[in-house]
Design a protein. Structure first.
Length: 69
């Protein structure tokens, strides 16, 4: 199983840049970029911060997908 996120879509819908999120959440822009490109899963703490930041439910931001062979 893998985790898919909709951070990029939510961020763009709200007109917020990667730089702005990174500054507000005290992480690097590269971290936000890697998470959006599904190269890195955020820590639980950062995932919760993102959910609070955008005021969305966990289900709106993250989805657990089954891997298909």
């Amino acid at each position: 199983m893998s985790v898919k996120n909709y951070i990029r879509e939510i961020r763009e819908k709200n007109g917020i840049t990667q730089v702005k999120i990174a500054e507000d959440l005290q992480v690097t822009r590269q971290t936000i970029n890697a998470i959006e490109k599904h190269k890195y899963n955020p820590s639980l703490e950062l995932a919760l911060k993102l959910i609070l930041y955008f005021n969305v439910s966990i289900e709106e931001m993250f989805v657990l997908e089954e891997d298909h062979p």
